[in-house]
Design a protein around this ligand. Structure first.
Ligand SMILES: NC(=O)c1ccc[n+]([C@@H]2O[C@H](COP(=O)([O-])OP(=O)(O)OC[C@H]3O[C@@H](n4cnc5c(N)ncnc54)[C@H](OP(=O)(O)O)[C@@H]3O)[C@@H](O)[C@H]2O)c1
Length: 324
C-alpha cells in the first residue's frame, strides 16, 4: 500500500490526519489547515491508501474510503467535509469514534442564495417564461406580492433556519417544520406528523432541508404531495433519498405539483436516460446548492482537530441516537 504523505517536519507528535475525498483538493485543505494549525502542526496523509492506519488520529473526509475505517483503530474523530453525514456507514468505522459535520457561514450563504434563486424563479414565473420564450410566445402574468406566496421549509437547523429567515426577510409568508417544537420570530413553525400535514396544505412551495435519517427517508412522497395545494412547487436541497422519484413523476403528471427543482438525486450524477433529465417540469442542478470550502471551513475543522486531540466534544458533533 502507498501512503501519499504531504508531510510537514514534525516537532512533537503532531496529529496525523488522514484525508480522503473524490471531490475536494488535498492541496487546498493542506494549505488552509496549515494557516490554522501551523506548518508543523499536523501531518496530512492523503488516501485512499494508507500504510499506517493504526497511527492515524483524525479522519477528514467527504465519504469513507473504499476499504472503510475499521483498520484505523486509534481514531479520535472523523470530520465530515460535508454538512451531511448519511454517507458514513458506521459499521465500517471503529465503534465509539465521534463524527462531526462541517457547517460554516459561507455554506449557509450559498444555500440561501440557491433557495432564493429557486423560489424567485417560480414566484416570478421565470420557469413559464423560459418555455414561452422558446415558443416565441408573449405570455403576460400579473406578478404576485412576496407576502402572497407561502413557502414551507422542512428542517429548521443551521441551514433550514438560515433559508427560512432570509425568505421571511424578503417578505414571503414562511412556514418551517422541525422535529422538536420551536418558536422562531417571523416564521410559522410546525412539528410532528400533524404539523407536517398542516404545513403542506398551507404552502405554495416546499423546500427540503432535512438531514437524511431513517425517519426522513422517502418523506417527499405521494402521501405528502396529496396534502399540498394543487400546482405547488418542490425544491429538494436535502438528499436524493428523501424523494420517492416515481411519486414526483406521478404528482407532476396529475398537476398536484407544477414543477420541481432537484439539487440532489438518489444516484449522483443522475444517470443518462433518467426520466428527470428531459421532464419539462423538473430542473436538475448537480449538487451545487452549498459547498464546504477550505477557506471558510478550515477554522472549524482545525478547532475540531484540537478538541479531538484533547478528548473534548466536537463542534457540530453528530448525535447517533437522533441520526443527525
Ligand atoms: N444540497 C447541498 O448542497 C447541501 C449542502 C449542505 C447540506 N445539505 C443537506 O441539508 C441538510 C440539513 O443541514 P443542517 O445543517 O440544516 O442540519 P441540522 O442543523 O442538523 O438541522 C436539521 C433540521 O431537521 C430537523 N429534523 C431532523 N429530523 C427530523 C424529523 N424526523 N422530523 C422533523 N424534523 C426533523 C431538525 O429538527 P430539530 O430542530 O428538532 O432538531 C432540524 O431542525 C443536511 O443534512 C444535508 O443533507 C445539502
Amino acid at each position: 500500500m502507498i501512503c501519499a504523505t504531504m508531510a510537514t517536519p514534525s516537532l512533537a507528535a503532531p496529529p496525523r490526519i488522514y484525508f480522503y475525498s473524490r471531490i475536494d483538493s488535498p492541496a487546498m485543505w493542506r494549505d488552509a489547515l496549515a494557516a490554522q494549525l501551523g506548518e508543523d502542526g499536523f501531518e496530512l496523509i492523503v488516501g485512499p491508501d494508507c500504510a499506517t492506519p493504526h497511527e492515524v488520529d483524525i479522519g477528514l473526509m467527504y465519504n469513507l474510503p473504499p476499504g472503510g475505517l475499521l483498520a484505523f483503530r486509534k481514531l479520535r474523530a472523523v470530520l465530515s467535509l460535508s454538512a451531511g453525514i448519511n454517507q458514513f456507514d458506521r459499521t465500517r468505522m471503529p465503534s465509539g469514534v465521534p463524527l462531526a459535520r462541517s457547517v460554516d457561514s459561507a455554506l449557509a450563504q450559498h444555500m440561501v442564495a440557491y433557495a432564493k434563486a429557486a423560489v424567485y424563479r417560480y414566484h416570478r414565473r421565470f420557469h413559464r417564461y423560459e418555455r414561452a420564450s422558446r415558443e416565441s410566445t408573449w405570455s403576460f402574468e400579473l406578478p404576485r406580492l412576496n407576502r402572497h406566496t407561502a413557502v414551507g421549509v422542512l428542517g429548521l437547523g443551521e441551514l433550514g433556519s438560515a433559508v427560512a429567515d432570509a425568505l421571511a426577510a424578503d417578505g414571503f409568508d414562511v412556514h418551517g417544520w422541525s422535529r422538536s417544537a420551536r418558536a422562531v420570530p417571523g416564521i410559522r413553525t410546525h412539528s410532528g406528523t400533524d404539523g407536517l400535514s398542516q404545513m403542506a396544505g398551507a404552502v405554495d412551495m416546499l423546500i427540503n432541508l432535512l438531514p437524511l435519517t431513517a425517519e426522513t427517508e422517502g418523506i417527499l412522497s405521494s402521501e405528502l404531495f396529496s396534502r399540498m395545494r394543487a400546482g405547488a412547487f418542490l425544491i429538494n436541497m436535502g438528499r436524493g433519498a428523501h424523494l420517492v422519484e416515481a411519486d414526483l413523476l406521478a404528482a407532476l403528471e396529475q398537476g398536484r405539483l407544477e414543477a420541481a427543482t432537484l439539487d440532489v438525486t438518489a444516484v449522483e450524477p443522475l444517470p443518462a436516460g433518467h426520466p428527470f433529465w428531459k421532464h419539462p417540469g423538473i430542473l436538475i442542478t448537480p449538487h451545487v446548492a452549498g459547498i464546504v470550502t477550505p477557506a471558510t471551513a478550515a477554522a472549524q475543522i482545525a478547532e475540531n482537530v484540537r478538541r479531538a486531540m484533547r478528548g473534548e466534544p466536537l463542534l457540530n458533533q453528530v448525535d447517533f441516537a437522533r441520526g443527525y
